[in-house]
Design a protein around this ligand. Structure first.
Ligand code: COA
Length: 166
């Protein structure tokens, strides 16, 4: 399998929205399901244009044979929170366990370091063992537990809050 990891480009908008709908339907771990994000291709393209114009944050796509198999982003906060950034990551289910998540995390953390982010933070379902292992492998520590952080099909789901101190 040959996977490349690239910065997202505005012209990836349609493929990205399609990918998000697919992975939304593959697990109940995300903040959305098979419906994906409520934005049009044009809106997503405009959002990605803005992303491309700033350097502190980054969104990466993992590609295999012209198909998106993973994504990850670092989203820096502003003002008195500008030492912090959020992180999100997904990999297509058929490609889980092959090291793609690890490769994306390495790139995201290196980017955050280069841009002097001091704390990377994320929220993860408390029962998402696979993701929690991945985060712990990179030094993330649990700093809190948020009961009912998500509501999935009417059911409250707890999340852990995890930080990486760079
Ligand atoms: C979490 C996710 C991104 C991991 O991606 P991945 O490509 O499968 O990750 P990798 O193959 O690099 O594995 C990373 C680590 O996960 C852990 N892991 C892998 N398979 C596992 C399994 N079956 N059970 C538990 N942990 C496992 C290991 O610690 C592994 O590192 P190691 O192989 O060095 O020990 C992916 O499973 C995913 O997208 N899940 C659905 C969306 C999601 O949960 N996103 C996170 C929301 S907070």
């Amino acid at each position: 399998m040959s996977v490349t990891i690239e910065k997202v480009r505005p012209e990836d908008a349609a493929a990205l929205l399609d990918y998000l709908r697919q992975i939304g339907g593959e697990s109940d771990n995300l903040t959305f399901g098979a419906e994906g994000l409520p934005v049009t291709v044009e809106e997503e393209e405009a959002f990605l244009q803005k992303q491309a114009a700033q350097t502190r944050g980054v969104m990466l796509l993992a590609w295999e044979d012209g198909e998106i198999v993973g994504d990850g982003h670092i989203e820096p906060f502003s003002r008195r929170m500008s030492h912090r950034a959020g992180l999100g990551i997904t990999v297509r289910k058929r490609a889980w366990g092959l090291g793609i998540g690890t490769a994306i995390m390495e790139r995201l953390i290196a980017h955050a370091r280069e841009h002097r982010v001091e704390i990377i933070e994320l929220q993860v379902r408390s029962d998402n063992v696979r993701a929690i292992r991945l985060y712990e492998k990179f030094g993330f520590v649990k700093i809190g537990h948020y009961p009912g952080f998500l509501k999935v099909n009417g059911v409250d789901v707890d999340c852990d809050l995890m930080n990486l101190y760079l």
